[in-house]
Ligand binder design. Structure first.
Ligand code: HEC
Length: 296
């Protein structure tokens, strides 16, 4: 192991601590708000509870590295999009309100009951925000509608077989390529991208800055940035990414984050690219934007 890590490697490690750290502020602030809220209702308003105080202080102190690590993780993962933004800013807001709750705790310690209401109010707001931030974070990792997905899934009958499918937030049923079709069009490959890629490369989240659905977004950027080279699967980085061996870091979907595409799906995508990577109405892909510095 190399002991002299570069600054960027160090930052990546900080980022990877995020899933470990985040449980501390989340649980501790909820517990602190619960205890202090209950005590307030019961009329115990002079001094803060020692247990809740420990939770608040540790929760707040752990929230600082949690936010930092989350920031690094998004930077290094190249994670952008509205969902990441919602998660990031609700988390930062909750850190801010936790700091206010700590301030109110200090005032309460010196001034007593006068500050109990403020202390409890900040705690409850901080706990709510941390819960909302956690919810957005969970959607990023587990996909949208993870929690209630099983309740709203359409077919509840053959549950034993389809349990796994119901938990999948996106359609996992891929229709076979019609035999008589002359070429493979967008409607034949779109379900694959929706089911296996949208979570990280969709409208809400763009890992590595890459969006694959809806169709035109796949062709954003300069020629060098294009992941699909219409007509040429072998010079399309998207095709490479889905055909790499699973242990390869560049394999898509990333190892442990979803099943590899089947040979049939890979073949269908290859054919779609060969057939011109056409859009929903059979249209040709837009031209890449001119390279920076190429002149106007
Ligand atoms: C769990 C999240 C996740 C899923 C699901 C996922 N990707 Fe990715 N994708 C990433 C990450 C992270 C990177 C950046 C990898 C890197 O930089 O090493 C990436 C990078 C890529 C790239 C390279 C982008 C570039 O800038 O060259 C392509 C192409 C790609 N993904 C295609 C796909 C396709 C196709 C699917 C579905 C079959 C898919 N991805 C599913 C997370 C994901």
């Amino acid at each position: 192991m190399c002991l002299i890590a570069s600054a960027s490697q160090f930052e990546q490690v900080i980022g990877r601590l995020h899933p470990i750290l985040l449980h501390f502020p989340l649980a501790l602030i909820l517990v602190a708000a619960f205890i202090e809220g209950a005590r307030y209702m019961l009329g115990k308003r002079d001094l803060a509870s020692p247990a809740a105080s420990v939770c608040l202080w540790i929760g707040f102190l752990m929230a600082i590295p949690t936010v930092w690590s989350g920031w690094e993780l998004a930077e290094y993962g190249g994670d952008t999009g509205t969902l990441v933004g919602l998660h990031r800013w609700t988390a930062i807001a909750s850190l801010g309100v936790m700091a206010l709750a700590v301030g109110a705790w200090i005032m309460r310690r010196f001034r007593g009951a006068d500050w109990a209401g403020t202390h409890v109010a900040f705690l409850v707001v901080a706990a709510t925000l941390v819960g909302v931030a956690g919810h957005f974070g969970a959607e990023m990792v587990w996909g949208e509608n993870w929690l209630f997905g099983p309740l709203t899934a359409e077919s509840t009958e053959e549950s034993s077989e389809s349990d796994q499918q119901q938990a999948t937030p996106f359609p996992s049923e891929i229709k076979p390529v019609p035999e008589q079709s002359t070429g493979v069009g967008w409607s034949d490959v779109e379900p694959i991208f929706l089911a296996h890629c949208q979570k990280c490369h969709g409208p809400k989240r763009q890992k590595s800055g890459l969006q694959l659905v809806p169709w035109p977004t796949m062709f954003a950027g300069t020629a060098a940035e294009q992941v699909v080279n219409p007509g040429k699967p072998n010079s399309s980085s998207l095709y490479h990414a889905i055909t790499l061996p699973m242990e390869d870091e560049g394999h898509m979907p990333p190892a442990g984050k979803g099943d590899s595409l089947t040979d049939e799906q890979i073949g269908r995508i290859a054919k779609w690219i060969t057939d011109g990577a056409t859009g929903p109405d059979g249209q040709r892909p837009p031209e890449p934007s001119p390279a920076a510095g190429a002149g106007i």
